[in-house]
Write a protein that binds this ligand. Structure first.
Ligand code: ADP
Length: 184
């Protein structure tokens, strides 16, 4: 799985990793955005929360991920989780979900980009949920809820922190180097 501040480039790098290694890319942000644009029940629940920069409830997110990871392509190709887990409750749920399925986590990548840089990047990309207030709230929630997970992964000896500053290609090469160690 990959984690990092919003705007760290983890979405872009995740696509490159999935492409290079042939694994399934599961982005919880993409799942939620698809639900919003399709107007499903999930989408209706998630839209306002996402717009304000909040986090969709753990219960909903854990359910989405449990359902997705149970599909056969995950066992066949492996998976890169992008945007999940984001809270301690989600990390515990992930451990249970993987154990139940007979899978395990091999690596947690922390794509590290400082707050000032991600703020500039998000202001520049202009996504509809990238208002100044929503950006501030998401970064605050990241520090409060998601950053503590770094210790959780570190305790399990799964964490690799990658410097996310530099060109897309340079960052990708750094990612390949840590993935190579783990899949070797
Ligand atoms: P970003 O990294 O910029 O927040 P994402 O695409 O990962 O973008 O997520 C967009 C939004 O979807 C988040 O701001 C949040 O509201 C919601 N979301 C995505 N993943 C989760 C999650 N694991 N738990 C709670 N909410 C989530």
């Amino acid at each position: 799985m990959i984690l990092g501040r919003q705007g760290s480039g983890k979405g872009t790098q995740s696509l490159r990793i999935a492409d290079a290694y042939g694994c399934v890319h599961v982005s919880t942000g993409d799942v939620l955005r698809a639900a919003v644009s399709e107007g499903t029940e999930l989408g209706l629940k998630a839209a306002a929360v996402m717009e304000s920069g909040g986090l969709v409830s753990d219960e909903i997110m854990n359910g989405i991920v449990a359902e997705r990871l149970a599909k056969p392509d995950i066992g066949e190709r492996g998976v890169l989780l992008d945007g999940f887990p984001r809270t301690a409750d989600q990390a515990d749920a992930l451990e249970r979900i993987l154990t139940d399925l007979g899978h395990s986590l091999s690596l947690a990548i922390n794509l590290d980009v400082p707050v000032d840089e991600v703020t500039d990047r998000m202001m520049a990309r202009g996504r509809s949920d990238d208002t100044e207030e929503a950006i501030r709230r998401r970064l605050q929630l990241y520090e409060e809820q998601t950053a503590p997970l770094l210790d959780w992964f570190e305790e399990r000896d799964l964490l690799a922190t990658i410097d996310g500053l530099g060109s897309e290609g340079v960052v990708f090469e750094r990612l390949r180097a840590v993935i190579a160690k783990c899949v070797a």
